[in-house]
Write a protein that binds this ligand. Structure first.
Ligand code: AMP
Length: 282
């Protein structure tokens, strides 16, 4: 697996593959890879002949006081993991390659970004939309795979690809979890052993809430009970815990729809964790 750092080199490689009739897939990451990221590479490989992975810790999606400076970085380890999964190319640009002097273009997806993590992290999805638009345009892949762990992000990316006529097909990959149910995340490494035990309760409480909702209970008591229980479990605060449509992200009404999901962002100590679960699985 070769590592390239310029858009020109990335484009040359993809052009050569596609010119030879190969289909190309894209997996974008911020590094600090775990098996959740690698599952995206594996899914991409089921659909294409060559997979390009990217590692770029995008500063424009971090807010003031967030963990941009301490975000874990270990490119050599990440590159070895990607090569082990059969990745064909790693694109790991410097900040100046992505945002050269004079860079002035913003990308904003309205509506979908007003709620959930968009409300809790103002500007976050503008940064995500900006960098993903660039990466999709840079790579010119046939398919790009994003994780359902970041369900709202996936919804935003699907919308921007459609609205901006980006021809890359967007695929969602299922959430990869640790054996105790905690969704894999690069931020899990921030957790102390004590916090890690608390974090494992999240999956349990979400599963309990999903069972109650599926049994026909109204949204409000279900989410209120789960929120209260998580605080008892030792979570420091709950940014949000809400039932919404997985498609429009609009709040659930009393009548259950088959795309309804439970979404949450919680804090354990100083670490923020997000998760989501479909009421009918998936
Ligand atoms: P990140 O490096 O956190 O920006 O994530 C890069 C990609 O990996 C995104 O599409 C994420 O949704 C996806 N991803 C992260 N964690 C998981 C997970 N536990 N399961 C599936 N996909 C994941």
């Amino acid at each position: 697996m070769e590592t390239v750092r310029t858009v020109e080199a990335l484009r040359a490689a993809v052009r050569a593959w596609r010119g030879g009739g190969a289909r190309v897939g894209l997996v974008t990451t911020m590094g600090a890879l775990h098996d959740g990221h690698l599952s995206l590479v594996r899914l991409a490989r089921e659909h294409v002949d060559r997979v390009v992975a990217t590692i770029f810790v995008n500063p424009t999606q971090f807010g003031a006081g967030e963990d941009l400076d301490k975000y874990p970085r270990d490119e050599a380890r990440d590159a070895a993991m990607l090569a082990g999964e059969g990745c064909a190319l790693l694109f790991a640009p410097a900040i100046e390659e992505m945002y050269p002097p004079g860079f002035a273009t913003e990308v904003r997806v309205t509506g979908l970004t007003d709620v959930l993590c968009g409300a809790a992290r103002p500007g976050h999805f503008d940064g995500v939309a900006q960098v993903v638009t660039k990466l999709l345009n840079q790579a010119q892949a046939d398919v790009a795979v994003f994780g359902q762990k970041d369900w709202q992000q996936l919804a935003v990316i699907r919308r921007l690809a459609r609205d901006l006529d980006i021809p890359t097909e967007i695929l969602g990959a299922p959430i990869m979890r640790e054996p105790d149910g905690l969704a894999m995340s690069s931020r899990n490494r921030y957790l102390s052993p004590e916090e890690r035990k608390i974090a494992a309760r999240l999956n349990l409480r979400l599963s309990e809430a999903v069972v109650r909702r599926r049994a026909g209970e109204a949204p409000e008591p279900v989410t209120a009970a789960a929120t209260a229980q998580l605080l008892v479990d030792g979570f420091k605060s709950i940014d949000y815990l809400e039932l919404r449509s997985g498609t429009t992200l609009r709040p659930a009404s009393a009548a259950l729809t088959d795309d309804e999901r439970l979404f949450c962002a919680v804090r354990v100590g100083a670490t923020r964790l997000i998760d989501n679960m479909g009421i009918f699985g998936k």
